[in-house]
Design a protein around this ligand. Sequence first.
Ligand code: SAM
Length: 227
Amino acid sequence: QLSKRLQLVANFVPQKARLADIGSDHAYLPVHLALNGQIEKAIAGEVAKGPFQNASHEIKARKLTNIIEPRLADGLAAIELTDRIDTITIAGMGGTLITEILDQGQAKLSGVKTLILQPNVGEDGLRRWLMEHQYQIIAEKILSEDQQIYEIMVVQPSSQPVTYSEQELQYGPILLQNRTPIFMEKWQQEKQHLEQAVVQMKQAKQLPVKRIAAFEQKINSIEKVLR
Ligand code: SAM
């Protein structure tokens, strides 16, 4: 049984995908997909020894060694071009780390048709990288699980330049259109955090004027979205 977050990631994996799950930890995602007959092959990539061992153990225990191969490697270095990977999932990490993994692994992205990304924070920087590298966001989801709010984005390479406004980069082009209750809750919470931070900053002896202005600008931007 996958978590709701990983189940939503799994739902976006195309049938018969040749998948690379990067940062796979226990390999729960590829194992679930393989048991459901949803994938042809998977690489479970892990940079850390412990999680790599967890993945190897899980794959063996489920008798899936013919479908899923665990690899100890940093980011997309887990992928060989001969694997003919067409789908990549990267979930449960910061957006900055996901961006670095994609940026450093560009040579491995040539045959990849779909990326399903689930950054825990820093979604805006990731969206900016995707736009600059001509990836289009074709689906976005926002969900809440165990008091945490998560975002998922599905992206595909585009044959044409991709442009998003600053607002779309910040909030997500599709999430912004849908404005679901969870989306509103996320930005309501963020606005409250920023407002509390401003109150605290205003109590300081030496006013951090620039920081306060930057925070107030963010609050303004959120208010426009919440309206
Ligand atoms: N993907 C799973 C999920 O969403 O539940 C596991 C998420 S876990 C919090 C993040 C995993 O990413 C850790 O096991 C960590 O070792 C791995 N990781 C971090 N940086 C990585 C990198 N550069 N390459 C491969 N794996 C990485």
